[in-house]
Ligand binder design. Sequence first.
Ligand SMILES: Nc1ncnc2c1ncn2[C@@H]1O[C@H](COP(=O)(O)OP(=O)(O)OP(=O)(O)O)[C@@H](O)[C@H]1O
Ligand SMILES: [Mg+2]
Length: 345
Amino acid sequence: MKFLGINIKIPGLRKSIGIDLGTANTLVYSKGRIVLNEPSVVAVERESRKVLAVGNEAKEMLGKTPDTIVAVKPLSEGVIADYDITEAMIKYFIKKVFGNFSITMPEVMICVPIDVTGVEKRAVLEAALSAGAKKAYLIEEARAAALGSGIDISAPEGNMIVDIGGGSTDVAVISLGGTVVSKTIRTAGNNFDMDIIKYVKKAHNLLIGDRTAEEIKIKIGTATPLEEEEIMVIKGRDLITGLPKSITVSSEEIRDSIMDSLMEIVTCVKDVLEKTPPELAADIVDKGIVMAGGGSLIRNFPDLLAKHTSLHVKLAENPLESVVRGAGMALDQISILRKIDKAER
Ligand SMILES: Nc1ncnc2c1ncn2[C@@H]1O[C@H](COP(=O)(O)OP(=O)(O)OP(=O)(O)O)[C@@H](O)[C@H]1O
Ligand SMILES: [Mg+2]
């Protein structure tokens, strides 16, 4: 705060937040806790492009909206698909956290996938400033996930993090605060849902929606065989009669249907390991791999990755929150982070 030309810092007034702009959900972290967790959805009036609702309220409208209103997911596959709407979303979330009549403007750390272009980075930074941030920084999701998983990324040793979100998987080896080797693929949690929809359609002539597919995945999806395979009753529309119908699917069938996608992620991890400098690879042998992101919650996924890499694999404490926690923590540790994109008013 400036008073009579003198800079006065009042610690309690420093506002900083971490934002994880996920394909599926946006999370905001402030002062050691998650203060917001809402779907990354915006409801827009078709003609005027006027924003009508954001987050939970907008998600309710998905699939049930009249023709004049469209529910948009501004991020697809982890990248910004619609700049104006993303800006509106960031604005809404910042306002929701700080209220309308905020005196101090927050410093914001936003997560982006590793492979976003310079133009996309600028777009996110500009969106944050125009949404009311005083300073905005970007950190790649993988580096944030590592920080948020409790890894000491400033140490001179290699750490591997695998962040499997809804739209993209980021694999990175991090050392001394920077990313040494990384790879992003557009195969992640949402692909498992698509695989399940395709399988159920082909094998059972049954059409199911995204939500049902996600439910099946969460309930009986596994990456390795179970001692006792499970079954689930699912409902959909029979493709032949056109009528609603319910059938039973097994965990075994579901595993088979998502296996190709699971293996694409395993292959991506192996590619990064092959490109890792030997010294850092040796550290990873000692410390193992950490998995984060909602996609890593498929049952026994760590076991599948361990089997194919012969390394120890563990799940972050709270995989859905690692990235946003890391973003919040990053603001306090800016000095140890190498290469951070930044913009300020
Ligand atoms: N218990 C679970 N088992 C399996 N998958 C899960 C579970 N919980 C959430 N998911 C999946 O995790 C994905 C969302 O994860 P996350 O919130 O990390 O993604 P995101 O950060 O929004 O996406 P991205 O990082 O790709 O932009 C969704 O595909 C969701 O279905
Ligand atoms: Mg994510």
